[in-house]
Design a protein around this ligand. Structure first.
Ligand SMILES: [Zn+2]
Length: 129
């Protein structure tokens, strides 16, 4: 295996995707899913035995970056969901930054701290006490 890329995180992700696709295909019996699975497996095997380790490392770094970015988004959504009882989240119409406002029922005027844009927010459901 000298000079070969071997198993990296992207290899494991592709292998798990292959197993998941094949498991799903046990129930669906789809030829398209079967060939997609074979393609995923071929990509994993190609990456494993590849001698172009620099390129494989770059691909792996990109995949890891995408993975951590997705994980951060999921974590952000989870936090927002936990805080949604006491806070109201509104996107600034000017700059797009998300503002976290106290959840108080009614129509309120607010100012974006990032760009200074003033706009009104209508909160239908107030915080539970
Ligand atoms: Zn703004």
């Amino acid at each position: 295996m000298a000079g070969r890329n071997g198993a990296d995180r992207l290899f494991y992700i592709l292998t798990i995707a292959y197993v998941a696709l094949m498991f799903l295909n046990v129930f669906l019996h789809s030829m398209i899913l079967y060939f997609v699975g074979i393609g995923v497996f071929a990509a994993a095997a190609f990456r494993y035995f590849s001698r172009n380790t620099a390129k494989r490392r770059r691909e792996n770094a990109k995949a890891e970056q995408a993975y951590y970015s997705a994980a951060a988004k999921v974590n952000k959504m989870k936090t927002r969901r936990e805080q949604s009882r006491t806070y109201f989240f509104k996107r600034c119409p000017n700059c797009g930054k998300t503002l976290r406002l106290p959840r108080v029922k009614g129509k309120h005027g607010t100012k974006c701290p990032a760009c200074g844009c003033k706009f009104s927010v209508r909160i239908i459901k107030g915080a539970k006490k």
